[in-house]
Design a protein around this ligand. Sequence first.
Ligand SMILES: *Cc1c(COP(=O)(O)O)cnc(C)c1O
Length: 386
Amino acid sequence: MIPYGRQDISSADIESVVEILKSDFLTQGPVVPLFEKAVSQYVQASFAIAANSSTSCLHIACMALGLGKGDILWTSPNSFVASSNAALYCGAEVDFIDIDPNTYNLSIDCLEEKLIQAQKSGRLPKIVMPVHFAGQSCEMKYIFNLSKKYGFKIIEDASHAIGASYMDKKVGCCEYSDITIFSFHPVKIITTGEGGIAVTNNPLLAEKMILHRSHGITNKQDFMFARPEDEIWNYQQINIGYNYRMTEIQAALGLSQMSRLDEFVERRHNIAKKYDNSLAECSIILPMQHSDVYSSYHLYPIRVRKSKAGKTQRMVYDFLIASGIMVNLHYIPIYLQPYYEAKGFKRGYCKEAELYFKETISLPIYSSLSDEQQDYVIKTILELIK
Ligand SMILES: *Cc1c(COP(=O)(O)O)cnc(C)c1O
């Protein structure tokens, strides 16, 4: 059985985790800050805040930017539900921008058009959350320019995109955003089991996210309120927060994985290149790369159009699964999920995203995929589609 994505764990990774299990701290020790430093240095951002998932990071990022009741967050429908759920956790509303038919990222033209309309109706978003689908960065410079014109904040959901670049800078440098979020779920580029990290260059946003990550509690004297001298106030809760902390066990794994990040992304590029070449003559649509980006290739989505391939998406999907290739579909447009449909979203809302949903299949791509396994995937596809 070949999955669409999986972790790549070395003996050094295992050793680093075992070391933590023998140490004094399983949580709230020295390794989480070391991991945060490794990521912030890698992406060239000033601050990094690690948490128990990327979903948690999206939530505390929205909180730090003051998202609340009466506000709206816009994101891509071609994403995992966590992107938009984060806004709902804050009591805000969400809306969706249709995707670009080539990159499958949110369309800059649709965004601009929607902003013009929203300005007229007085319903501009407080936050726009571009999602770097499959590891390919959105056109951040354009989104940033629009944010200056229309006054919204930007959170990059880069859950797919650690190790990727945009205009020769690492995704996460936050040149064109307020906060960037990465995920370390095992199917992503590097893993901590469960885990995520938020990076920013803004010290105030960093402080807020640190508070929201851990109950709204601080032990920094500067932030504490005056209390009688004879009482022991070694910490204070000064805001509301959650327990979203990452453990030392997770951070040790993440720190060890960071040393192989570039190697992982390079391997993913080689796998993608082989698919590009081997499937070039096959009548399916292969993923296109924007010239400004270097993808982390979290996903390799192909499109199966009946009129072109002679087979439906469903037929190819079922055939691959039956052949032991556990392909997946990224993504069902978020607003078609029953929970979102109940909020009033209707079919036909984002036409490109829906067309894409009915044609796409994510082929296996991960650093530990062997050449033999990939050959088998290619052979199986070519067997079905000429
Ligand atoms: C995986 C993923 C998330 C959630 O990440 P977790 O670490 O599992 O919480 C959010 N957004 C996108 C686009 C993702 O792919």
